[in-house]
Design a binder for this molecule. Structure first.
Ligand code: UTP
Ligand code: MN
Length: 509
């Protein structure tokens, strides 16, 4: 099957307003003499509470900015805007208007209108804009209502670790990975976004009709879902799983220190297994790859929560021996409530500015003295405010950090280690990442290192497309005000972005 969604990430940044409802035919009502810029959006301004003169002023304003505003409320309307703060009387009135399409309309507070006028385009509908019908709470649970409220941005959705659509998202992730292996970035992103939307649903998709109106699901993604719904599996995914190229690249990139480029180079040379690589005299493994192969059995096995906690205690002890005001936070998947991970990620810092990098090196020294340091790749800080804001997001941030393999003794772990069968060494190797941002960068680093990767991507995309701001692991920069925004906590960052706070447990996008 052929991928239909070869669009780049930038092109894909359509406002979710557009995805809510496609209009079929235009009406003659209220056709303005102005140029129409937003054909998919048709507004109706409710006169109640607004008054007729303000209504006609706002109507003219919107039309001058390219919006279609109808004078009459009909089923053609996509967005109803009201200044009425009495929700129940507004809804009683709307329901009495004899509309057939009310459930598909966005009923919005005037704030959505003013935001849109300021931006000169229909802004994405956020929860704070919605005037919700308080009465039929049951109806909101029904098929149509929640769909209209799901944002295209993961940072406006809540996603716990309880994935009700794993059967689809597993398939999407294999497809995405395969596109990544073949350097088809936009298709890869499309499938990752689709997977992320399905992960956020509190219900399981049981028929393709139930996906109507969900953002980020395209023809190709739906075709894969239909296969799975009908046959319990996707033939396209099965073909990928059985392909030699996919299997080999998957195997090689599972080694610590082996990226896609190296894996592909080995594959093109005809190598297919670890033993072939290790037996090939012309291949010179670097230090990281040597450790990757040496500890492969241990570090390719999932890390449990108890093991992560034990490592947290070890890091905590080491840091507090160095300075009593050390600040340690577990980040990554474990902070998001995951039961297992591929590594354990920590932020280690201190309120004493400039001392954090020194502290990180001391912690590594302490591990060495304890005999638990199996591997260490240390990267000194290259952070400086004068380098910011970064125009393009780089995977790596500038903070001092280290990628470690640590030896964890069974005696340190509540309930013991998760061991391979027959393994009675009494210890295992675990991958640990430590990062040391200066304390005034702490909130940004915490947000970035907590992930998920998809959640962070969409936070940055939302900041850029909806707020004209640049977010990364170091800062938040407002391009309109031309200033850096300060944040002491993650909550501050969400507030600057005008987003509802999403707690770490709900960031498993
Ligand atoms: P991980 O790759 O460890 O992912 O990166 P995870 O979510 O914890 O998943 P598992 O359980 O280990 O497989 C954690 C977060 O840290 C960010 C990543 O983008 C991710 O969101 N990160 C990682 C950075 O921001 N910079 C880095 O240099 C590395
Ligand atoms: Mn991790």
């Amino acid at each position: 099957m052929q991928a239909k969604s070869l669009v780049c990430e930038e092109e894909d940044q359509v406002s979710s307003v557009k995805t809510i409802r496609k209009r079929s035919k235009p009406t003659s009502v209220g056709v303005p003499s102005h140029v129409i810029k937003f054909k998919e959006v048709r507004l109706y301004l409710v006169e109640r509470k607004m008054g007729s003169s303000r209504r006609s002023f706002l109507t003219q304003l919107a039309r001058s900015k390219g919006f279609v505003v109808d004078d009459i409320l009909s089923d053609e309307i996509t967005h109803v805007v009201s200044e009425d703060s009495e929700t129940s009387s507004l809804w009683t009135w709307l329901k009495g208007c004899g509309l057939g399409n009310l459930s598909k309309m966005q009923v919005l507070h005037i704030s959505w209108f003013t935001d849109s006028m300021r931006e000169g385009r229909p802004v994405t509908v956020e929860n704070r804009h919605l005037i919700q019908d308080a009465l039929p709470a049951l109806q909101i649970e029904s098929a149509l209502a929640p769909v209209a409220m799901i944002s295209q941005y993961a940072c406006q959705r809540r996603t716990s670790t309880d994935n009700k659509n794993k059967i689809f998202t597993d398939a999407f992730e294999i497809l995405a990975e395969n596109y990544e292996f073949n350097d088809l970035k936009s298709s890869c992103i499309a499938f990752r976004r689709a997977a992320s939307v399905l992960k956020s649903l509190p219900w399981t998709v049981e028929c393709i009709g139930a996906t109507q109106g969900l953002p980020c699901l395209r023809e190709h993604t739906k075709a894969v879902m239909e296969d799975i719904l009908q046959c319990g599996r996707s033939f396209e995914v099965e073909k990928i799983l059985s392909s030699e190229r996919y299997q080999t690249l998957k195997l090689f990139t599972s080694v610590f220190g082996v990226g896609l480029k190296t894996a592909e180079k080995w594959y093109l040379r005809g190598l297919r297994s670890f033993s072939e690589i290790l037996a090939e005299p012309s291949i010179e493994l670097n230090r990281m790859q040597k450790s990757g192969f040496l500890h492969y059995g241990d570090i390719s096995r999932a890390v449990t929560k108890a093991e992560a906690q034990a490592l947290g205690n070890i890091i905590d002890e080491a840091a507090h021996l160095i300075t009593s005001d050390a600040v340690i936070a577990m980040t990554g998947g474990f902070r998001r409530g995951k039961e297992v991970g591929h590594d354990v990620d920590f932020i280690v810092t201190t309120p004493e500015a400039g001392k954090e990098e020194y502290m990180l090196r001391q912690i590594i020294d302490s591990f060495k003295k304890q005999g638990i340091l199996l591997y260490c790749e240390y990267q000194a800080s290259t952070f400086h405010m004068s380098k910011l804001p970064c125009q393009s997001f780089e995977a790596m941030d500038y903070f001092a950090k280290c990628f470690l393999i640590l030896r964890l003794e069974a005696s340190r772990v509540d309930g013991g280690l998760s061991c391979a069968e027959g393994d009675n060494r009494g210890w295992r190797a675990i991958r640990v990442d430590l990062v040391s941002p200066p304390m005034d960068r702490y909130a940004f680093a915490l947000l970035g290192w907590t992930g998920s990767t998809q959640f962070d991507r969409d936070l940055r995309r939302f900041a850029r497309s909806e707020r004209r701001m640049i977010l990364d692991n170091h800062t938040l920069y407002d391009k309109t005000k031309k200033e850096f925004l300060t944040a002491r906590s993650e909550e501050d960052i969400f507030a600057h972005l005008g987003l509802e706070y999403i707690e770490p447990l709900q960031r498993n996008a």
